[in-house]
Each structure stands twice: as structure tokens, then as C-alpha cells.
Design a protein around this ligand. Structure first.
Ligand code: RP5
Length: 177
């Protein structure tokens, strides 16, 4: 088995310990969007990793990542890609670890192409698909936190506090009139 993606390839984003959530993206150009997922995971103290795994430029690496995800203990993979966005679907085809897909806004079609590529999975291989762009990246991470919180009371409490904070912020909103 390839050791390409074992957790001894530590990066600063692995600093919280053995990763529970993998954040992968098709290009470093996706980072502007995918950083919102990583920020949420960091804020909640969820151990994670972030990697570029390009479906069409690194297909063997994609397969290795997917095959090793379960054995490495990943609980979910957040996968962001733009254009003809094969990455989330191909990961899902090679692992039963839940894949959360984030459509990254593309240069020419503003991410509608990415959304359709990710959301229109044929029956049998699901990819949970989120909104195009930054909100989708953040929500995918919040969804991953919700999954982990089912079996982690401290994380569940943090999630409730996060929701309460949002509620208070909305209640405090003022209009210019
Ligand atoms: C996809 O192609 C990536 O996910 C990215 O959104 C898009 C453009 O990639 P670059 O040309 O910026 O590397 O594979």
C-alpha cells in the first residue's frame, strides 16, 4: 500500500492530531474557497488535513487517497473542485467514507458547471453537495462537525454555542432606516 497520504506527512493543518476530516481540492487555486472549510474545522478544534488531489492531473493519487481514507480513520472527506469537477464523485466511487462536495466557482461558468458536475451523481454513489463557493465550503465543514458531534458531546456543545452566537448576531442586526 502506498504511504503517500499517511498522517506522518504532517503539515501545519495536521497540527490538531490524527486527522478525522480530509479536505482535498483539485488545485491550489481552489484554496481561496476551501480555506473557509479549513477555518471552520480549526475553529472547532477538529483534527484535519488539507491536500491538493487533482482528479485529472493526479488520478493515481486520488485513488490512493480514497482507498486509504477509511483505514486512516477519516470520518468524512470534504472535496472541492471547479469546472468538470470529477474529484468528489471519483473519491466517493473508491471509498464509503462520506464525501461532501463543494463546487468551486469556475472562471467561465461561475461554478454552475462545478455544481452540476458534483450534484448530478448517478444513483448508487452519493456525494452530499453544498452551495457554490465560500458558503458551501464553510457549510460542508459545519456538516462534518455535526456528524462528529453525534458521538462527541464537547463538539455538540460547541456547535450549539456557534448557533446561539449566530442567533444573537442576527437579533442585533440594525437596518439603515
Ligand atoms: C479543477 O480545475 C480545479 O478544482 C480548479 O477549480 C480548476 C482550475 O484549476 P487550475 O487551472 O487553477 O489549476 O481541477
Amino acid at each position: 500500500m502506498s504511504t503517500l497520504f499517511t498522517s506522518d506527512t504532517s503539515t501545519p493543518s495536521d497540527a490538531l492530531g490524527k486527522p478525522l476530516i480530509g479536505v482535498v481540492m483539485g488545485s491550489s487555486s481552489d484554496w481561496d474557497t476551501m480555506q473557509y472549510a479549513v477555518q471552520i474545522l480549526t475553529d472547532f478544534g477538529v483534527a484535519h488535513e488539507a491536500r491538493v488531489v487533482s482528479a485529472h492531473r493526479m488520478p493515481d493519487d486520488l485513488f490512493a487517497y480514497a482507498e486509504q481514507a477509511g483505514p486512516r480513520g477519516l470520518q468524512a472527506i470534504i472535496a472541492g473542485a471547479g469546472g468538470a469537477a470529477h474529484l468528489p464523485g471519483m473519491l466517493a466511487a473508491k471509498t464509503t467514507v462520506p464525501v461532501l462536495g463543494v463546487p468551486v466557482a469556475s472562471r467561465h461558468l461561475q461554478g454552475v458547471d462545478s455544481l452540476h458536475s458534483i450534484v448530478q451523481m448517478p444513483k448508487g454513489i452519493p456525494v452530499a453537495t453544498f452551495a457554490i463557493g465560500n458558503a458551501g465550503a464553510a457549510n460542508a465543514a459545519l456538516f462534518a462537525v455535526s456528524l462528529l458531534a453525534l458521538h462527541d458531546a464537547d463538539l455538540a456543545a460547541k456547535l450549539l454555542a456557534f448557533r446561539a452566537e449566530q442567533t444573537e448576531a442576527a437579533r442585533a442586526m440594525k437596518l439603515p432606516v
